[in-house]
Design a protein around this ligand. Structure first.
Ligand code: GP9
Ligand code: MN
Length: 415
């Protein structure tokens, strides 16, 4: 009942990080372009594979004067994979512990970021060249308040423009830039790439580097498809400039989830130059990159604070000057001094800057040595709350009670 929501809302309010006054509203009115980068993990960023640079464009962003690069950022997805990452970014809490919330609870009431932005005058959309019902997106996007879904039918797939799961990323970004340019502004749009998806296949002409040489064909091809996706992102930035929508936008790019599962541990160990990988290594390998690219900001830097996908929503809303004071969400603004740096994973693992908790063992993060469980203790409360409250919000559809308690419209909030 609604008392359960009150308890969760009280927890969210009590644990909210303060805003960063200098950043709040600094980019009010800009378009926001989210790019969900399929299966992209951090271990390829600023690295080579047999002498070949894997992500030249993204590497350049890590040094860019207009880009905040979050290098200790983690995915928090579960069984819902891409859809879970969308769920987390939209809602600021985790997906379901026993399935994909997009499927199991697609008809719930949500207070999605898309809906919040719509209420604040934004045109919100998702662009993804796949069948609209995949992951139940068409239904779920309505619940999240997305104004329009540009699915496969919004694209023209010419000869040689499809591979594996669908449209190749380069033509996808070319046509998407046109769709964005034709959209009412300001817009907030999520673009979801597809080419860097298992089984990581490419046409010959799109192979810009050779395969790796481990015992895992999956990992070997992964470097090639990542390299292709990186190229597509470079093309996208050029297209945004050509279309005249680059300067007045913020571009938020993040890896959706891991691409290389633990099944490939031998090949991964070889690539990383280690004897074997431990549970500690596997946890840290869940790092995915986050870039917040703000043309003209001139404040770009690498930010090493430990953070996760749950933090994207309040960070972006605050940059636009939209309050999250009443939001039922558990992320912290990445620019807040009070960001707590505790990242709960959907499966109960926890990473902070000081320790890693996995398989009921606490590790010292700096040394990788097993330490007393008590060392990890300070993170248990938050992790437990985030997991339990996320589950309750979803399974009991608690946000249907939300507006009875708080009027979310920003106009009335200022009264
Ligand atoms: C499907 C795409 C990939 O449309 O988002 O989904 P995934 O298998 O990564 O969850
Ligand atoms: Mn995915």
């Amino acid at each position: 009942n609604s008392d359960e929501l009150v308890e969760i809302q009280n927890y969210a309010t009590a644990n909210k990080a303060s805003i960063n006054e200098e950043m709040f509203g600094k980019y009010e009115g800009r378009n926001v372009i989210f790019v969900s980068m399929e299966s992209l993990q951090s271990f390829v960023i600023n690295q080579e594979m047999n002498g070949h640079i894997v992500t030249p464009f993204l590497n350049s962003l890590t040094q860019d004067k207009d880009t905040y690069y979050f290098s200790d950022f983690y995915h928090q997805t579960g069984l819902g994979k891409t859809s879970d990452s969308e769920f987390i970014v939209e809602n600021g809490f985790l997906g379901s512990g026993n399935g994909a919330a997009f499927f199991t609870n697609g008809e719930n009431t949500y207070t999605g970021m898309s809906g919040v932005l719509s209420d604040n005058g934004y045109y919100t959309s998702v662009l993804h060249p796949n069948n609209k019902s995949f992951w139940n997106r068409d239904r779920m996007y309505q619940s999240l308040g997305v104004d329009h879904f540009y699915d496969i039918d919004a694209y023209t797939i010419g000869e040689g423009q499809s591979v594996g799961w669908g449209m190749k990323d380069i033509p996808f970004f070319e046509q998407s830039a046109q769709i964005l340019a034709d959209s009412p502004q300001p817009f907030a749009s999520r673009l979801i790439t597809l080419t860097n998806h298992h089984p990581f296949e490419l046409d010959e002409e799109d192979k810009l580097i050779p395969e790796y040489d481990s015992n895992s064909g999956t990992l070997n091809r992964y470097f090639q498809t990542v390299r292709y996706m990186d190229e597509s992102l470079k093309v996208f930035f050029e297209q945004l400039k050509t279309q005249g929508i680059y300067d007045n936008s913020i571009i938020v790019m993040y890896g959706d989830h891991y691409g290389i599962s633990e099944l490939h541990h031998k090949a991964m160990a070889k690539y990383l130059g280690k004897e074997e990988l431990t549970a500690y290594d596997h946890a840290l390998l869940q790092s995915v990159p986050l870039f917040i690219h703000i043309p003209g900001s001139n404040d770009g830097q690498e930010i090493t604070k430990t953070s996760g996908q749950i933090d994207i929503r309040p960070t972006v809303l605050h940059l636009l000057g939209i309050s999250t004071a009443n939001d039922v969400q558990f992320g912290d603004d990445l620019f807040s001094e009070e960001h707590d740096g505790i990242v709960p994973f959907r499966d109960g693992r926890i990473i902070t800057s000081d320790y890693v908790f996995t398989q009921d063992v606490c590790y010292d993060r700096a040394t990788g040595e097993e330490v007393e469980k008590a060392v990890c203790e300070p993170a248990f409360e938050k992790s437990g709350a985030v997991l339990n409250y996320s589950d309750q919000l979803i399974s009991l559809d608690l946000l249907r009670f939300y507006e009875q308690h708080q009027d979310i419209s920003p106009q009335t909030n200022t009264q």
